[in-house]
Each structure stands twice: as C-alpha cells, then as structure tokens.
Design a protein around this ligand. Structure first.
Ligand code: SAH
Ligand code: SF4
Length: 343
C-alpha cells in the first residue's frame, strides 16, 4: 500500500484513509468507519465515538483541517450564516450557508479573490489571490453542514472566484461531493461568468451538474462594460457553449442577471435578452437578482416593479424567469458581496 501523502482532513478519499490507517497499524475497517463518519454521515471527527478517542486524536493531528474560523456571522433569524475562513497560508475565503425549513444550500468559494474583474462585484473589485484546492472546497461544505440542523442538499459555486478558471479543483470537488458526500449531481450548480473552454470541459465531465451562466446584459457592448471577460468570449460564443451543454446533458441551463437600475433593466433589453436565449434544450431559465450594493460600483438595484416587469416580458416571450430573494445582505453575505483579502 502506498504511503499516505495527503495533507488535510478532507483531502482524503477512502484509499487515502486506508493508507493512513495502515500507517497507524489499524485494520482497514477503521478507514471505512472514518470515511463513512466524515463524508456519508457528514459528522465532525470529534463526534465519531465509534472510533477510539486515542485514534481520533492521532487522526486529528495527522490530518488537520485546512480552514480555521476567523469570523462567523448570522442573519435572517440565523437562517443565513457566513464564515470567513483563513487557510494555513493566510488566504481568506468566505462561505455562506442558507437554511430552509427542510434542507440547506451552501454557497462555496472556488478561489480566494477573482481575476475576472466584473465591475459590480466586490470579489472582482478586490482582485485575485489564489485557487482553492478540492479539499478546501469540500471542507467548506462539510463545515457548514456541521452547523446546520437541516441536511445540505444543494451546493452552489457562487461564492468568491470563477469556478471554471479553476476547473481541476472544482471538478474534483464535484466528484467527491457526489461520490463521497452523496449529493445529487443536479444539485451541484457551477456558476460561470462565461469561460468558454471551461464550459466545454464541463460538457465532457461525467456528472450532469447544473450550469448557471452569469449574463447581466443582452448585448456585447453593455456586457463588456460589466464583464471584462466578454471581450475574450463574446455573448454568442458563451451562449453556443451553453447550448451545447444543455444538448449533451439534457439539462436546462440557468442564467443569472443582476438587475441594475436604468442600466440593464429596460423593456427593450428584456426583449433582446429573450431573443438571445432561443434554441436551448429544456428551455432557458433566467434568475433575476437585484444588484447588491458594493463599495466600488456606483449603480443601484432595480426597483422591484421594474424587475417584475422585466420578468413578465421574458415570460411573455416564452423564457422562464424567477426573481431571487436576497439573503444575508446585512452581513455582506449576498451575491457578489464577498471580498475578503489579507490585511
Ligand atoms: N464567478 C462566478 C460565480 C461567483 S459570482 C460567476 O460570476 O458566475 C456568483 C453570482 O453573483 C454571479 O451571478 C455574479 O454575477 C453575481 N454577482 C456578483 N456581484 C453581484 C452584485 N453586486 N449583485 C448581485 N449579484 C452579483
Ligand atoms: Fe469573479 Fe464572478 Fe465576481 Fe465576476 S462576478 S468578478 S467572475 S466572482
């Protein structure tokens, strides 16, 4: 058996845990117990009382957690929680837990910071620090689960970072969340600003995860102002890649649209958007999100009646549209508000 080489607790798949137990002189069933406890049952190591305490302590030391809590804040009657974590190299990342009556969603970061520079996004305004590893992504989900009475059923890659700029770690994390933690592939949502090669790679990926594409504008001129990456991958290329994804996976693609008053919420823009979202297998679904205020962008959220009218126009053109309710605005945990950096 190969010597254990993994570094942190959630770097470990079953074979790694078997190697560790072997190194500790323990029988293989201990590895299965540990794997079941950490991943299938999603419990913290300290709670796995079917494993002797001395061995748990040995494991805790050999396989430390990757993230320590800097701060944890709650909002919405404790139904929303945000963690600011620090990794061993000092990188800071954020995770948001959204609890509902019977289940919960975790919004994970895929990078510390983001290099894409979308003008209205706090993470983009702060710049890029580094990619996260698959273990750091899986750990965000499990640590949030430890704090949630509801079972985490959904994971969205909508925290800090552009997941498809870090596809190796993100796809590995999806595989592990599916295989080891038991989440269904369609309840894993990868949100991208439109990294076309990344969408193509996701199309080849074995799991039919949900693809969400952040559009925010119905034409290239406006989209370039909001999303600098549009100069590299224009709308038509992004939409073609998304159509191919829907076709291959047989899964409906969703589109995120942050509504900015007077900028992208006009009636003719709704019509133009509907005109672009044709030819999607399963139809296209647009999520309208009122812009969240950030320090570095002067725009304001659209008034709710404007958003409702925009949604109605999309629906009249046969495009499904929902208006997303904001969670966690008071603790800067809402879409696009995550922006931690090293002091
Ligand atoms: N980088 C990926 C995923 C992280 S951002 C992406 O851009 O899709 C998650 C979502 O939050 C994206 O749809 C993004 O456009 C949106 N967002 C960013 N800043 C926002 C803001 N200030 N208000 C509302 N939504 C915002
Ligand atoms: Fe990065 Fe997404 Fe923010 Fe754009 S919106 S800067 S891609 S995190």
């Amino acid at each position: 058996m190969k010597a254990p080489t993994t570094a942190t607790r959630y770097d470990t798949r079953l074979a790694d845990l078997e190697a560790w137990m072997n190194a500790f002189g323990q029988p293989a069933y201990r590895a299965r117990q540990l794997h079941e406890g950490l991943y299938t049952q999603r419990r913290p190591l300290e709670d796995l009382t079917n494993i002797p305490k001395a061995l748990r302590e040995q494991i805790a030391e050999a396989l430390p957690l990757a993230l320590t809590v800097d701060t944890m804040q709650t909002a919405d009657d404790a139904m929303t929680a945000k963690w600011l974590w620090r990794a061993s190299d000092g990188a800071q990342i954020e995770t948001v837990l959204m609890r509902y009556t019977a289940r919960a969603t975790v919004c994970v970061s895929s990078q510390a910071g983001c290099a894409m520079g979308c003008t209205f996004c706090a993470t983009g305004q702060a710049g890029f620090e580094r990619h996260l590893s698959a273990a750091e992504i899986v750990e965000q989900v499990l640590r949030a689960q430890h704090a949630s009475p509801q079972r985490v059923s959904n994971v969205v890659f909508m925290g800090m970072g552009e997941p498809l700029a870090n596809p190796d770690a993100v796809l590995e994390a999806c595989t592990r969340l599916h295989d080891d933690v038991g989440l269904s592939a369609r309840h894993l949502t990868v949100s991208t600003v439109g990294v076309v090669p990344g969408i193509e790679r996701l199309t080849e990926f074995e799991l039919p995860v949900t693809l969400a594409v952040s559009l925010h504008a119905p034409d290239d001129a406006l989209r370039e102002e909001l999303v600098p990456l549009n100069r590299r991958y224009p709308l038509s290329a992004v939409l073609d890649a998304a159509r191919a994804y829907a076709e291959r996976k047989g899964r409906r693609v969703s589109f995120e649209y942050a509504c900015i008053s007077g900028v992208n919420d006009l009636p003719h823009q709704a019509d133009a958007l509907a005109g672009k979202l044709t030819g999607f297998r399963g139809g296209a679904h647009v999520n309208l999100i009122p812009l969240n205020d950030t320090a570095g962008y002067p725009g304001h959220p659209s008034e709710s009646d404007r958003i409702a009218a925009f949604a109605d126009r999309l629906r009249a053109a046969g495009i499904e549209a929902t208006v997303r309710r904001n969670r966690g605005t008071t603790i800067d945990a809402a879409c696009g508000q995550l922006r931690s950096r090293n002091p």
